[in-house]
Design a protein around this ligand. Sequence first.
Ligand code: PGA
Length: 254
Amino acid sequence: MKKIIIIANWKLNGNKALVNKFSKYFTSNIIKYLKNNIIIMSPPVIYIEQMKKLINNKKIFFASQNIDYHETGAFTGELSANMIKEIGIKYVILGHSERRENHNENNKLIAKKFNSIKKNKIIPILCIGETKKEKKLGLTDKVLKKQIDSIFLKCGKLAFNNSIIAYEPRWSIGSGKTASPNLINKILKIIKKYILKNSFQDIKVYMQYGGSVSCDNIKNIINQKYVDGVLIGSGSLNFKNFKKMIKISSKLKI
Ligand code: PGA
């Protein structure tokens, strides 16, 4: 049976009180549904230690929402991959469209971050996705392949071994509009095959979908053959909804 990887991206949300409530709810109500799920929590980095202590379960993993590609030095306000590794973080989200848009992160910069993440033996969760305009122009595959190619170029042909790719169409993030399960499956298949073909070896790469995932659509999304999991933004902040989604996912029989 396939295990579903569920990533909770809290973005710039939460505070100590929410972490406290969420973690307590998590231990008493959610932990029991872990059997078929791999849960990766990504609150803002400063709350990770608090959440980790409260949940206190080795099967729950944590992700940073960003890193700087430098290891150390005069880079005020930044955190490096080796620093987040030191506090037990095993994953990093990068290439998220909110960072591409709000922080002008381009493919070249994202590839440098990917490189630093891999060098530090952390698992990258690379977000890729097209804009509404690119979709309208029929450029989706081209845009996604370009985002993938920049990583190959910087990190070599085995770059994607043991990594997660999250297809997150920009038009679906936070909009309530999800790509249809068929389309998600089709795109994930194209990207996975493209990565495998260019890796020249049988590597392990896991495919996710993200963008307005909710209690109503999660079942049909994770039921798709090429979907290994979902990246949930706003839906992961409400712990009752989050539990519902994990419960649905735990019942999946693939
Ligand atoms: P959303 O965000 O679930 O709120 O659409 C997903 C994401 O940004 O990863």
